[in-house]
Ligand binder design. Sequence first.
Ligand code: GLA
Length: 382
Amino acid sequence: MTKRSFFATFFSAAALLALTAGALRTQPAATLPKQSFGKTSDGREVYLYTLKNSSGMEVTITNYGGTITQIKVPDRHGKFDDVVLGFENLDGYTQKANTAYFGATIGRYGNRLAHGTFTLDGHVYHIPTNDGPNTLHGGTTGFNKRVWDAKDVSTPGRPALELHYLSPDGEQGFPGNLNVTVRFSLAANNDLRIDYRATTDKDTVLNLTNHSYFNLAGAGSESILNDKVTIAADRMTPVNSTLIPTGEIQSVAGTPFDFRKATAVGARINENNQQLKYARGYDDNWVLNHPAGTMALAAKVEEPNSGRVLEVLTDQPGLQFYTGNFLDGSVTGIGGVYRHRSALCLETQHFPDSPNHSNFPTTELRPGQTFHSTTIYRFSTE
Ligand code: GLA
């Protein structure tokens, strides 16, 4: 490099630094708005935190259950609507009738464990069953019913909330003290990013996800059957009548589970197909095509009327696509009555019942290892 170009590079780098510093100064890390969300039955106060970006998108999260209660995004005309199912009050989340896990952080083990049992290092563990003969979403008191510690970890231009929960050794029958953090952050381009991190002091298993129910036409709208869905998966894991994987990994080709090309949810949902019948619609795990551990587009949802688009990116190997088959109009939330198939879930995770299937990617975590995983819910319009 000549002396002259060295100085030119040096000064332009310095100018860039000064400019960046200036930009940072004018955009301070805002404090997240926080408001009381009520008290749990054991008297613990929980809060609502709102992440708002420069485009006006808002995500509201409560530290009760690590739950996303609202996501407000614009349609193609700039009109904002809440696109996830949720409740106005804490009571909505704690009431018995709510068995839907709206917006919650799910753990320790997302989806089902057959007969509530698994073997690890030669020990048989028993987890309470809460879904017929099986355990669903971590047992009778999963992470969705715990109070998490909350910390505002916003940085300039990026509001962020970090939740922490220490799940004690033996909780719901799972081994090891499990330290879990879930960080929600909102970027200016309407990416809602969720980073999971966990460590343990004994060999254990875990499967973490978020259970948001999306209706891109606005929560409370009639149905998601016209939404067009794409899933980047050539294969899925079929289930038995209690929705436990049989262990097979099956091609989606020629079945109603082929979403490799954008297809309306309702186009094949009522077909005479055993898998669809077992779950009363879609409620299955797709085996994502991307190589393990790399971030990639897993799914896309396009809602034709509003023009809203949701893309889901993840480093997880599986995606549970669930079409709200168990919603039956018996609960009312912020958006109104939540009817059968009026929302869909895209739960990025490991495969259901993995501890009982040695051919599935492992869900084991050992002391000294750190579990990391990221999912991005990316909102746009078309
Ligand atoms: C998951 C399960 C479904 C259902 C919902 C919550 O998606 O796979 O079967 O339990 O959670 O109701």
